[in-house]
Every structure is written in C-alpha cells, then in structure tokens.
Design a protein around this ligand. Structure first.
Ligand SMILES: C[S@@+](CC[C@H](N)C(=O)[O-])C[C@H]1O[C@@H](n2cnc3c(N)ncnc32)[C@H](O)[C@@H]1O
Length: 302
C-alpha cells in the first residue's frame, strides 16, 4: 500500500500525479500541474507564494491534511478552477478577487499594456482617457489605470453580476476616483467621450465550440466566452461603435483568441496590425483611428 503523504512536499508530489489521472484542464491559472498544485497547496496552508522550498519539508497537522484533501478533491474530482477555490487571480504582481460571476483573468494585455501600447501613442501627448470594454472582474481597466496614471478609465460590462466584482476590485485597488464603471451592451449606454485607447478582451469563442470546452471552462460565465455564431459578434459591434469615440491619434486594441484568420478574412481592408505576444502573433490586434474611420467610410462592416 502507498503510504499517506506526510509532508507538504509529499502532498505536492501526490497532487501532481493526480492531475494527469483526473484529466484536469489547465490554462486558467497555471500551465503546468506542478505550478498549479504548488499554488493551491501554499494558499491552503496560508503560506506566502514566494515561500522557500524548505516549507515543503513541514509535516502537516491533521487539520491541514483535511483542508488540503478537500481543496484537491474539489479541483480534481469536481474540476473547479483553482482561482474559484482560492477566490483570487493574479496578473503579474496584481491580485484580483474572483468568483464564478467572472471569467478568471488571463490576458496577453499584462505584457502588451506596458511593453507595446505606449509605442502606438504619440510620445508627447499624455494619455488622458481610456476605456476597457467587456471588463469582467475589472482587471484590465485596473492595469490600464496603473499604467497610465493621469488617465481617467472607463470600464464597460453587460453582466450586473460581473460588475459587482469589478466594483469590488476597483475599490480594493484604491481606484474608485479614476475608474468609472458603466453597465452597457458594448457602447450603447456609455456617454460619448473621445478615447486615446479603446481596449477589449471580448467574448470570442464561436457558440458551437462552447460545448467542447473542458469542464473547468464550463464553470466560467458563458457570456464571458460566447462570441456568437462566428465568434465575431461583439468584436463587430465594438469596431462599428469605436470610430466615433477615438481621438484622432487613438487606437483600438483587441484580444481575440485564435480569430486572426477569421478577422483578416472578414475585414481584409481594415488592415489590422497583429502584435507579437509570448504565444505568437495571432491573438492581439491594433487598429488606428484614421484607418478605422476611412475603412468604415468606404467599406463598413458586413
Ligand atoms: C472574455 S471576458 C473578459 C473579462 C476581462 N476583461 C478579462 O480580461 O478577464 C468578456 C466579458 O465581456 C462581458 N460581455 C459579454 N457581452 C458583452 C456586451 N455585449 N457588452 C459588454 N460586455 C459584455 C462578459 O460578461 C465578460 O465579463
């Protein structure tokens, strides 16, 4: 008989093996079973995430064993995503409260906002006004507010449940004065303003593909994923409504999963510029105000 795990390290090895046996889907919190199991273990034991490896030699108390068993039962057997178990998600150094009302933050914008957005904007003009459309937990609006410290940030969301989470996160980041939330279907109910940046990570999974998603992803709000029949429904509406809301030097920047081919085919004259990300060049695109305006005037959207 295999001996019961005794130390934190034993439990980590045990959990790592179980991830494969239970066909656990990764990608929402970490991309490796070891990293995710370590995160869950440290969090459950109340240990800092940057603990020294020596903590793995600690023998667990019976109460700790019970807590660890329960958290891994829910992760492995019920396929509850790790972030919903810990009620938190991290983008870089930024922590956000999450629960089942919002999709778990995981976005290329973490790298793109600081590293690439500034070079698309005039160096001498301070960024004054930006908007995050489809804000969910509010994470990207908050990243924008941290990056562009003089800017007013609008954040738009259609789900009232998600808005409540965004409101909590905005307040806990101390940004209540600078980040304003709007309950709206894209820009329908947002007062007119001219933005330097319109940013969005909209729902983009084609509806017919939702059923094939692993159980973990079915725990997330479906309206955070469902991009309509071709995946482009909300993106199309956003592009239609954006031209009039941009400063002349402004940009629209969109994270669109694997829809590069579909977008380039649907709107070849829009001439989207695809940004380099850690996973390649087919998930985040930029279009400048002038291009969007002239394209809309000549061809418009189908
Ligand atoms: C892919 S999630 C992105 C959430 C967040 N920005 C992030 O990166 O974690 C898309 C969000 O758009 C919201 N949403 C769906 N349809 C919308 C619409 N028509 N107008 C505004 N928000 C919408 C969903 O409720 C969800 O919170």
């Amino acid at each position: 008989m295999t001996p019961l795990p005794r130390t934190a390290g034993d439990w980590l090895h045990w959990a790592g093996r179980q991830y494969g046996r239970h066909k656990v889907a990764l990608g929402q919190v970490a991309t490796s079973a070891h990293d995710e199991a370590l995160y869950l273990l440290l969090h459950t034991l109340g240990l800092p995430l940057d603990s020294k490896s020596s903590v793995l030699r600690r023998k667990l108390t019976p109460e700790q064993v019970a807590a660890v068993k329960e958290v891994f039962r829910r992760r492995l057997k019920d396929h509850v995503p790790a972030a919903y178990l810990t009620r938190e998600a991290w983008l870089g150094e930024h922590r956000f409260y999450v629960d089942e009302r919002v999709i778990i933050p995981r976005s290329y914008f973490l790298e793109i906002i600081p590293e690439q957005l500034p070079q698309w904007l005039p160096a001498k003009k301070p960024v004054k006004r930006v908007v995050d459309v489809c804000t969910g937990s509010g994470c990207l609006a908050i990243l924008l507010a941290h990056q562009f410290t003089d800017a007013k940030v609008d954040a738009v969301e259609l789900s009232p449940e998600a808005m409540a989470v965004a409101k909590f996160n905005v307040a806990s980041h101390g940004l209540g004065k600078r980040v304003k939330l709007f309950h709206s279907d894209v820009f329908d109910a947002v007062p007119r303003a001219k933005y330097d940046i319109i940013l969005s990570n909209p729902p983009y999974v084609p509806t017919r593909e939702l059923r094939a998603l692993p159980a973990e992803f079915k725990n997330e709000p479906q309206m955070a994923l469902d991009g309509g029949s071709d995946g482009l429904v909300i993106i199309r509406k956003l592009l239609q409504q954006s031209a009039d809301r941009l400063q002349p030097h402004g940009i629209v920047v969109l994270e669109v999963g694997g829809l590069r081919g579909a977008m380039d085919r649907a709107w070849p004259d829009l001439d989207l510029h695809w940004l380099n990300t850690s996973d390649g060049e087919d998930c985040v695109c930029v279009v400048q105000a002038a291009r969007l305006k002239s394209w809309q005037a000549t061809s418009g959207l189908d």
